[in-house]
Design a protein around this ligand. Sequence first.
Ligand code: ME8
Length: 524
Amino acid sequence: MKNKFYITTPIYYPSAEAHIGHAYCSTMCDILARYKRMRGVETYFLTGTDEHGEKIQKKALEKGVTPQQYVDEISAKFKHLWKAMKISNDDFIRTTDEKHIKTVQKVFSKLYENGDIYLGKYEGWYCTPCESFWTDTQVGEDHLCPDCGRPVHRDTEECYFFKTQKYLPDLLKYFDENPKFITPVARKNEMVNTFIKPGLADLSISRTTFDWGVPVLENNKHVMYVWLDALCNYISALGYGSDNDELFKKFWGEDSEIVHVVGADITRFHTIYWPMFLKGINLRMPDRVFVHGLLDLNGEKMSKSKGNVVSPLPLIDRYGVDAVRWFLAKEFSFGSDGRFTPELFAERVNMDLANNFGNLVNRTTAMISKYFEGKVPAYKNPGQKEKDIEELTRKTVQKYELLMDDLQLTEAFDAVVELLNAANKYIEESKPWELSKSGNIEQLGNVMAVLANSIITCAKLLSPALVETAPKVFVLFGLSKEQEKYEYVNKFCVYEGNVVTRGEPLFPRLDVKVETEFIQSLTA
Ligand code: ME8
């Protein structure tokens, strides 16, 4: 494991308000950032907003405000949502930040000096919402954008192009030598088969038909095309090319693991052009681009214009932030497409949080209060069943770490849920109430001690997702600051004497029918 970790979300367009799809990506990155910090890895977590382009300029015009006023307002809403979602980003980059603009201009000039950029004319099919030109084959007979499915129009324009062929051999070599660069691996194959094999065109990187963009210093008729501008956020935020580049040296250095998490809609830009730009300015490649799937709502693509989006804010108000974060992390595998429906949400919260984790904590704290006056008993001469739970706990920690380090966070949480299931089953099998009746206090103590140990371990492993609940569990089990440390996941049954309190249920059981109606009423 490298000793530094740099993780980024895409920078979102402030062309619409943030919805649960945006919250999905930010939450997954937040979980990974919190996990790495918990493991003692120096971590930098970046998110932000992508504020230039024709679409933004048009939206501002429609609203009768300046583009800057428009982006200021929406960018503030994104920040507000991240606060509510407990997103622990270290910085929030805006492409209208002065330091970002300077970096992009520097990158353009370097590429220009290299001879990687030339002035040409673009003719093609243009999709305004996606700000992308497409070829005849890509738009097909219906002339629809291959990304968003909306109609495209014919356009021609003088623009600067980036020569992609020059860097293609290096890119393919990097793909081959780094099988985890693009994961899930099917996404890599898609890039090669859809974009590279048919012949990769040069990329247009400037525009002349609008002016809401970073000016090209070499030619004042042009502003940067949004993708060169946007992608540079990952280095501008760290201070690349400025006098204040300590963060850059630290988190873009060889001993830093650089991970970009992106949705499947923008894989091409991050896995083909971004590595080429980096090569052009002589910077190292990111270690990984992790492509997550897209979330639909009730089986339909989320779209504000179709009135088919849900904001996380009212969900957080009603169910708490951990319920929302948990649903996103656990409902479908990170890397696959997923679905949000009100029923799935309520059922997931009930199944994992109320009935499993919450119930286990509730039962165990109640029994320790009842049988041992609220103190974790000693772990002495444990039987085979206790040793099995101990062993399973140990293995779960190992499995969880391997999976988390490989960005497979849903699977890592699956492993923890298996341990929770096993612990609940273990209560049924070990029948503490009978041990109490028969006066087998030593064995009853072992059962409680091993349960307390597994619960505390699970709370730690779940803490990157359950940011409010895990600390509550630590309090219920009377953990000292020392015991709260992550290293304790590998110390077994060391909580003897800890004072345990019975709290309110961590997650009340939801009435699926009532909650479904409530959530349904939020989709607008
Ligand atoms: O593409 N399900 O911005 P964007 C899951 N500015 N994730 C979703 C989602 C959904 N339904 N909808 C959006 C841009 N996302 C560019 C990025 S990066 C240098 C520039 C998430 O506002 C997902 O991560 O369209 C997707 O890739 C990203 O938001 C796109 O956000």
